[in-house]
Design a protein. Structure first.
Length: 325
């Protein structure tokens, strides 16, 4: 899996650790901002609105940590103030493999950290700068960094989970099923405690969009390498596949197909279908104002407790972070 991208300048030094202070914003203002972002296609405005609602005292954030200097890639870490041996979640954001920034997902990192998790949110390169090999290598390097450094942030490297939404769920699922990607950084899918997918594309052939054909390959044989369902062989970690039945961007059959393949291979798989929830609503249900739309956070935490191992699960249960309603 060659990486032919030219060398890049090293990223700026990491920013200091930032204790996060409570923030308040009205639900009406948030919904107006979200609506404006969706209608205009301005993702920066949309996620700025979500970030503005975060109210997460008791969480510490460390920003701009370089994990791939050559490609100027960095990540952010969110953790409870007193984290010790906590489960670790590497969260990959979505954006059709074409867009997205880790800074947009501060609200998600804080929401998960408030539940007692150490959360790593990395950037990765996008199309057309790279094709699939580029962003998959970036994802693997981020996971390797998290495994190597988790204990420095109060996390347990032996209790690591991958999580993602949409294209980010695809990246995480492929890392968990196609062992070649983690092998390139000296790891295996067996070192993962689980994968948590939100509205992920796992079985989406045939491809007709020219962008995706260029991204994943011009032939059926090449495109099969992009399909997590194609690599299920019984060596995968447990998976929680969450999907809204109202999703018109990534059809629910993706979660069902991967869940069925895992079950047939004797693997642990839970498919959670949320009635009338759409592609973005399942993600936004992790935000404080929209948490009542679907129990995404509660289902995520229940899955992590079940599979983290006794020590990390005990650390999670003993977490003292005060949770927002």
């Amino acid at each position: 899996m060659p990486d032919n991208d030219p060398s890049a300048r090293s990223p700026r030094p990491p920013a200091p650790v930032i204790p996060l202070r409570p923030r308040r914003r009205g639900l009406g203002a948030l919904l107006a901002t979200i609506a404006a972002g969706l209608l205009t296609g301005c993702q920066a405005t949309l996620f700025a609105g979500l970030n503005a609602t975060a109210r997460d005292g008791g969480v510490v954030a460390t920003h701009d940590i370089a994990f791939d200097a050559r490609h100027q890639l960095a990540l952010d870490v969110y953790r409870p103030v007193d984290a010790r041996g906590a489960p670790v979640v590497v969260f990959f954001y979505g954006g059709s493999w074409k867009s997205g920034k880790r800074q947009w997902y501060r609200w998600a990192g804080e929401a998960l950290a408030r539940r007692g998790l150490v959360v790593v949110i990395p950037d990765y390169r996008k199309w057309p700068q790279v094709r699939m090999g580029g962003f998959m290598q970036d994802g693997a390097r981020a996971v390797a960094w998290a495994h190597a450094h988790a204990s420095e942030y109060g996390g347990d490297p032996e209790a690591m989970f991958l999580m993602g939404h949409s294209a980010g769920a695809h990246v995480g699922a492929l890392l968990a099923t196609d062992a070649r990607w983690l092998k390139g950084v000296g790891m295996t899918p067996g070192q993962l405690r689980g994968f948590i997918g939100l509205a992920g594309p796992y079985d989406f052939l045939p491809l007709t969009d020219p962008d995706f054909v260029d991204m994943f390959g011009p032939t059926h044989a090449a495109q099969l390498n992009s399909q997590p369902v194609h690599f299920v062989n019984g060596d995968e970690p447990p998976m929680l596949l969450m999907q809204g039945t109202g999703d018109k961007i990534v059809w629910p059959r993706n979660a069902r197909s991967l869940g069925t393949a895992l079950e047939q291979a004797g693997e642990s798989a839970k498919v959670r279908l949320y009635p009338d929830i759409g592609h973005f609503a399942i993600l936004f249900a992790m935000s404080r104002p929209l948490r009542g739309k679907a129990p995404v956070l509660d289902d995520t935490l229940a899955f992590i407790r079940e599979h983290a191992g006794a020590q990390a699960a005990a650390a999670l249960a003993a977490d003292r972070v005060v949770r927002s309603p």
